[in-house]
Design a protein around this ligand. Structure first.
Ligand SMILES: Nc1ncnc2c1ncn2[C@@H]1O[C@H](COP(=O)(O)OP(=O)(O)OP(=O)(O)O)[C@@H](O)[C@H]1O
Ligand SMILES: [Mg+2]
Length: 356
């Protein structure tokens, strides 16, 4: 059996004459937790709907275990979806909601009762079977929605911003819980979010999407540490992104100052985007720094200080465990390893998107 459970092969979809997905390719491996991450309107839900069978692509194929299922109706696909808004049936109890799909499949009442017990335990909702959905909190309703999907034993679970309607604290609890559930049930998860922190925390693999195109794909760590373009860098956490000139291998000019870096292969005197994460910049005395600037603000953020330093018209953001004196001229340093050099976007499209 191949490790690839689902494949989107060159999918294109237009709405109202506008390209939403164009030549879109995706492979899901068995038991993976993959996240589609991207801004609103980039085509994440459309991708899930195509996999679920609710939207038909204009061209391209959906392959499940190597079989073409592009024209198969949703109920014939071994895939279940959990949506952002808890879509529980309001006139049924929690247990009846969970049993719904199993009854359609004509499972025995013993089988159904066992499954309900198992699923409620899995989502930490033991004893809630007799309750009505409207008597539950948002987080509890979403747990039931997940339980209802899981009892059908789908091979792939599609989750479209399932925690989007929850407050931050509950979101964090549910993130941990979903990881636990994923480990326990051993199915493939395709998760959609526009919350980068959530994606970084939960996923085996992340696909960063913009305008229906995958910008970068990889592990949380590789995407965070090695963004391939300014869009990804900007979208994944706060970053300093500034114009630079790659003078030659291992040397980049930023704000007129030559600074050692570790990148090669950009040629000589090539305009580039330079990305430096706030936690990688260090405030030092003005004599010691590569760059000099004035501290414009210092805000304590709980675990660190967020310091802004204005230098040559650019406001650098720095995260540091030490505060800095507002109004004072300071120096900034960065280790060569922590400077990311990226090609300038090839098309105007990418540039526009970056400013959104
Ligand atoms: N049925 C439809 N008819 C017309 N346009 C649609 C339809 N469904 C989606 N679109 C458009 O396609 C684009 C992508 O929508 P999609 O729902 O896939 O985005 P998304 O990435 O899920 O965004 P969000 O994060 O806001 O949920 C949007 O511009 C949307 O307006
Ligand atoms: Mg969506």
């Amino acid at each position: 059996m191949s490790d690839v459970i689902l494949q989107l092969d060159s999918i294109s979809k237009k709405f109202d004459g506008k390209d939403i997905l164009k030549d879109f390719n995706l492979e899901l491996h068995r038991n993976e937790f993959v996240t589609l991450l991207g801004p609103s309107g980039c085509g994440k839900s459309t991708t899930l709907r195509i996999i679920g069978g609710f939207v038909k692509p204009d061209s391209g194929r959906v392959l499940f275990d190597g079989t073409d299922i592009t024209n198969l109706p949703p109920e014939k696909r071994n895939v279940n979806t959990v949506f952002q808004k808890y879509s529980l049936f309001p006139h049924m109890t929690v247990a009846e909601n969970i049993a719904f799909g199993l009854k359609l499949k004509k499972k025995s009442s013993k089988y159904i009762a066992d499954k309900i017990d198992y699923a409620l335990k899995l989502v930490n909702m033991e004893g809630y079977g007799g309750r009505n959905p409207e008597s539950l909190s948002g987080g509890q309703q979403q747990r039931v929605a997940i339980a209802r999907a899981i009892v059908n034993e789908p091979e792939i679970l599609l989750l479209d911003e399932p925690l989007g309607a929850l407050d931050l604290k509950l979101r964090h609890d549910m993130q941990r819980e979903l990881i636990k559930i994923k480990k326990e049930v051993g199915i493939t998860f395709l998760y959609v979010t526009h919350d980068q922190e959530e994606a970084l925390m939960m996923s085996d693999r992340i696909l960063v999407m913009n305008k229906g195109i995958i910008q970068q794909e990889g592990s949380s760590k590789s995407i965070y540490d090695e963004p391939q373009n300014a869009f990804v860098a900007d979208f994944i956490g706060e970053s300093n992104i500034i114009d630079g000139i790659m003078v030659k291998d291992l040397l980049v000019k930023i704000q007129g100052v030559d600074i050692p870096c570790v990148d090669t292969g950009f040629g000589t005197n090539t305009p580039v985007d330079v990305v430096i994460r706030p936690e990688d910049l260090e405030v030092v005395s003005k004599e010691e720094g590569f760059l000099k600037g004035t501290v414009t603000s210092v805000i304590f953020k709980g675990a660190y200080y967020e310091i802004k330093v204005l230098s040559d018209g650019y406001e650098w953001m720095i995260q540091s465990v030490n505060p800095a004196p507002v109004g004072e001229v300071v120096g900034l340093t960065v280790l060569p390893d922590n400077i990311q050099i990226m090609h300038k976007p090839a098309s105007d499209d990418e540039e526009v998107v970056r400013d959104e």
